[in-house]
Design a binder for this molecule. Sequence first.
Ligand code: F6P
Length: 359
Amino acid sequence: MSKRIGILTSGGDCAGLNAVIRAVVHRAIRGFGWQVLGIHQGTMGLLARPPKFEELDLRLFTGNILRMGGTILGTTNRGDPFAFPMPDGSIADRSPEITEACRELELDALIGIGGDGSLRILRQLAQQGGINLVGIPKTIDNDIGLTEVSVGYDTAVNVATEALDRLQPTAASHSRVMILEVMGRDAGHIALVAGIAGGADVILIPEIPYSMGSVAGKIEQVKADGRNFALVIVAEAVKGTEGAVVTKSHVGGAATYGGVGHELGARIAEATGAETRVTVLGHLQRGGTPSARDRLMASAFGVHAVNLIAEERFDRMVAWQQRGVVDVPLAEAIAAYQAVDVDGAAVRTARGLGICLGD
Ligand code: F6P
């Protein structure tokens, strides 16, 4: 039976989103002859009247979109439809408008590409409005449960590793300690893996509390061993001097993590006498061309999500487990937050290499 499916990207963008959209369109049209509607700006497109969308056909995907960063559909990490900030300052539940838009667009199913927060909201909308939802995990933070990887993570790790590769020679030329602050929200996956791959001497992640004594001791030891520079990588949600995470507020009221690297740089300089410099990698980790691995994940997830719709299996999330694509109950994936396993292989590898984890 012919179907009409919707697809949207929600939450912070990352590399590989366009590769997911392409895979969905290829599978849905080539495999089943369905119609695919791309919803603009995540759930915002479904709150607009008329809803904002475009029909996605194969002519759009002539070769470049697979390689492009960002999302051709646009996205948002603001405006929860269940608690929507209205222009007059009040908060409104606009969720029924989403159900209404899905009916108006005559969607047989919806594919939502999101992180844990977006997938939670989309699932609540689907349960309430009877929307046939399939989720695809994406986030550079790699903190979604029941999947070993989410789209965007591998590219972010590669960008952070390349940053260390570029910091190392300038650190050595100037005999400095370089501090690299990376994203990841409350999970230290990017810092840990990029730190190992990029030869960091110190890796600080939110899952392992650190002491300045331990960090300074490592820097002193590197110096005593005859090396004139050191590399430190720190995850953005590691606690700062005051014992709380460091955040910055943006015009418009939003607050994000960011700034702990500068505090750390000052403290290391104070404790060791070393000259320090700080780089905050920020959104460079989210933009740009997706890695081969992210394109593979994106393609496998997109194809499998369409197959699930063909089998009428909804309320599922596609996932990567043990070298293959599988699907899991969406509710279970959302509930199973995936922080760094402090006894896991990556942490043991770091310790085995003599990298200081701050404890
Ligand atoms: O969740 C993805 C992420 O990039 C986090 O790593 C980071 O803390 C946050 O989004 C930044 O959000 P924004 O795009 O609003 O600055």
